[in-house]
Design a protein. Structure first.
Length: 148
């Protein structure tokens, strides 16, 4: 007898923060996707598979059981970083949007829309809380880097 756990629930997490730095400086940090592990601690390593203009295909190792995810990242200069997660323990998207909020102030909005694979679906509430906290922590590190 086999038991198969499927999770049809899409998890949405949204975190926004104002950063005391000009949009250009914030963009320089959030668009530096090769250094993502510096800010997003859930990302352990990145291996770029291909780059074509503003589109990067990559393999990412995440903190959860050192799992691998396949991602496509699209940079929309000085507006957004869109990450489509197509393979791994979670599938869906993470979109980082930035916009000027005045002189020397930028609003950063992070929106996750993900579906957890297999048995991870059982822990949806706990994982959602963990991702939200990790996003808040990442935005704090991004704010510090952009202010330098």
């Amino acid at each position: 007898m086999s038991v198969r756990v499927t999770n049809k629930i899409m998890v949405t997490i949204q975190v926004a923060r104002d950063i005391k730095a000009p949009l250009e400086k914030v963009w320089d940090v959030v668009s530096d996707i090769d250094n993502e592990p510096r800010y997003w601690r859930g990302t352990k390593s990145i291996k770029n598979i291909s780059k074509n203009g503003n589109v990067t295909e990559r393999e990412v190792v995440i903190a959860f059981k050192e799992s691998k995810c396949k991602e496509t990242v699209v940079l929309e200069p000085k507006k957004s970083v869109k990450v489509n997660i197509s393979q791994g323990p979670m599938k869906g998207s993470k979109t980082i949007t930035i916009k000027s909020a005045g002189v020397n102030k930028t609003t950063v909005d992070v929106l996750w829309n993900i579906r957890l694979a297999g048995f991870m679906g059982v822990f949806t509430g706990m994982i959602k809380k963990h991702i939200k906290q990790g996003t808040q922590d990442a935005l704090e590190r991004i704010a510090t880097a952009a202010a330098d």
